[in-house]
Design a protein around this ligand. Structure first.
Ligand SMILES: NC(=O)C1=CN([C@@H]2O[C@H](COP(=O)(O)OP(=O)(O)OC[C@H]3O[C@@H](n4cnc5c(N)ncnc54)[C@H](O)[C@@H]3O)[C@@H](O)[C@H]2O)C=CC1
Ligand SMILES: O=C(O)C1=NCCCC1
Length: 311
């Protein structure tokens, strides 16, 4: 219990966190969360503190998994960043605590954890409700981890759009020709079986008339009640899933402003208590859950302990 917390930073988190460990743990955690069993997962809707002067917001994301002995919180600062500054738009730090004594066991980089668990949950949503191995269009170049995950597991063809043409082209170049850059969103998504939006857009940029009937959309951005990525037509025509109903009704502009109903949580589909409408157009509204960070941080810490103790 005594002694300072371990500090596990970016490079080490990247080395220790693996998708083959992460994906099954996230599927299990999402299912436990949707059971609303307090002994399994306690996760209030996160607290958001506006940083109005800086065009951002501060998120406090606690989660407690009593049965697994995991107590975790993530601190996030996310910014609109109208300029294309070099500063990341999302800065996150994860703290893992010992629930018995309350001491901090580890402080770790949250950016890698956030990027990997967000992409993994998007891929889990596609696996859960997509009709088949999709031929997808990925929106902006911030989907590096999404590309790696989808491309390895699901996708045969990837198209990328960004509102910065240069960023789209540099991202595609970094993938060694395994994707193509599109100048227009419509070209990137036309005919796609799976689409990921992960932008800082605050207005709809994916229109329902462009989306092939039966496609799956994993909407990662627009996590504020007045931000949008998807238009009303898409929200009306799709079966809408979310990671958390409560969070969606507080944070998702796409759901709140369109009046769309959340048909089910992804965890309910994984539990088998709600159907996957694979034959219909589906939207998975991803907001990001603290329990996703908790299981990610536990995986990192356990790997770190194993390696440290064996030295
Ligand atoms: N659902 C979840 O679990 C998570 C969601 N997010 C959200 O996902 C979004 C992307 O996050 P990051 O990749 O960290 O941000 P980022 O800033 O690294 O990338 C966002 C992309 O959006 C583009 N962009 C900026 N303004 C735009 C506009 N008006 N229209 C279209 N594209 C625009 C930027 O050029 C950039 O390519 C943010 O809205 C963030 O809040 C971030 C982390 C987790
Ligand atoms: O889950 C997260 O982490 C985030 N969700 C949306 C805003 C940025 C961080």
């Amino acid at each position: 219990m005594d002694g300072p917390p371990a500090v596990i930073w970016r490079e080490e988190v990247e080395r220790l966190l693996r998708y083959e460990d992460l994906v099954p743990r996230l599927e299990q955690a999402l299912g436990l969360f949707s059971r609303r069993d307090a002994a399994a997962v306690l996760q209030p809707v996160r607290t958001a503190v506006p940083l109005s002067k800086h065009g951002g917001f501060f998120l406090l994301m606690p989660a407690y998994m009593e049965q697994d002995g995991v107590l975790c919180t993530k601190l996030v600062c996310a910014y609109k960043r109208e300029d294309e500054s070099s500063l990341p738009a999302t800065q996150a730090t994860v703290m893992l605590l010992d629930p018995l004594y309350g001491n901090v066991k580890a402080v770790m980089d949250g950016e890698v954890i956030t990027a990997m668990r967000t992409a993994a949950v998007s891929a889990i949503s596609a696996k859960a409700v997509c009709p088949a191995a999709p031929d997808a269009g990925t929106a902006p170049p911030q989907c590096i981890v999404v590309f790696n995950l989808f491309n390895v597991r699901l996708l045969l063809q990837v198209r990328v759009w960004s509102h910065s043409k240069e960023r789209a082209e540099s991202f595609v170049a970094s993938l060694g020709g395994a994707a193509s850059a599109c100048v227009l969103v419509e070209a990137a998504v036309s005919g796609a079986d799976a689409i990921v939006t992960a932008t800082r857009s605050t207005e709809p940029l994916l229109l329902g008339r462009w989306v092939k009937p039966g496609a799956h959309v994993a909407a990662v951005g627009a996590c504020r009640p007045d931000w949008r990525e998807l238009d009303d037509r898409l929200m009306e025509e799709a079966v809408v899933y979310a990671d958390s109903r409560e969070a969606a009704m507080v944070e998702s502009g796409d759901i709140i402003l369109s009046g769309a109903e959340v048909f089910a949580e992804l965890g309910e589909v994984l539990n088998g208590t709600k159907p996957a409408h694979r034959d219909k157009t589906t939207v998975f509204k991803s907001l990001g859950l603290a329990v996703e960070d908790a299981v990610s941080a536990k995986l990192v810490f356990d790997q770190w302990e194993d390696r440290t103790s064996s030295v």
